[in-house]
Design a protein around this ligand. Structure first.
Ligand code: MG
Length: 263
């Protein structure tokens, strides 16, 4: 029985090889790419969810020195305690000191266990993938409590706000830490400012895909239709939403800048 199986396996291997030789248009190694070598990156450990070795760390638990107030560019004033930053609503939105183009970003967030309110007024914050101006200007991936809390689907957690609903809702109960991972491909503009290619977002919440290379129609706008205005590099913003519910917390924020996409 064993020898029959072995012979059959050899036969299966032999047939494709023979076929390959017959209509060959070159050698297998002709289509192997060996350089440039792919950089080796040490992945973060799952125990600590620590950043990979080539990451730009935006919040490691102790300091907000990578962040400034959107209002006036002064030092960010959100609360930092026990390795966690918590939104201070009266201090307004904060954004990174540095500007970025294309990137992969990771963050963790926690809705307070005793969060109150409903709809958009329940644990609302947001990740602005590019903060292109004051206030809430830019491109928002919605962060809020969407655990048994209905709102418009293109406004719930994981939505590209007012544009693209998330594919699924993988959020955890308030009180639990949750993760968001995104790949942001910035929009490209011609020299005259016209749009060459839209922004694209791929996003995961708790490791589950919620946006699959979704094309954006422009910057987030609360009323009316989104539109683009040219930018090349921009800070990343976190939202201090004005709803009266208890503020949410963030930890472990890092990104890896990615090269511009050719063409
Ligand atoms: Mg929001």
């Amino acid at each position: 029985m064993k020898s029959i199986f072995l012979s059959a396996s050899l036969l299966l291997v032999a047939i494709p090889s023979a076929a390959l030789a017959q209509d060959s248009k070159g050698r297998p190694e002709d289509t192997e790419q060996w350089s440039p070598a792919v950089p080796v990156v040490t992945p973060g450990s799952s125990e600590t969810a620590s950043p990979p070795s080539d990451a730009t760390v935006l919040f490691a638990g102790a300091s907000l020195d990578q962040w400034v107030s959107v209002k006036d560019g002064s030092a960010a004033r959100w609360t930092v305690a026990d390795g966690v930053m918590t939104v201070l609503k009266e201090a307004g939105n904060i954004q990174t000191r540095q500007s970025f183009g294309n990137y992969q970003l990771h963050l963790e967030y926690r809705i307070p266990a005793d969060v109150t309110g409903k709809g958009q007024a329940r644990g609302n914050s947001g990740l602005f993938l590019a903060s292109t101006g004051p206030g809430d200007t830019g491109y928002e991936l919605q962060i809020m409590d969407s655990y048994h809390n209905d709102t418009y689907v293109n406004g719930q957690a994981g939505a590209i706000y007012k544009q693209v609903p998330p594919l699924v809702n993988p959020v955890r109960k308030p009180g639990a830490w949750q993760s968001i991972d995104v790949v942001w491909t910035k929009p490209m503009f011609a020299a005259d400012g016209s749009l060459k290619s839209p922004a694209y977002l791929t996003a995961y919440i708790n490791g589950v895909l919620v946006q699959n290379h979704a094309a954006l129609r422009g910057e987030t706008i609360y009323v009316g239709k989104p539109g683009y205005k040219p930018y090349d590099r921009a800070p990343i913003k976190l939202q201090a939403h004005g709803d009266p519910s208890k503020p949410i917390s963030y930890r472990n924020i890092w990104l890896r800048e990615l090269a511009d996409i050719a063409g």
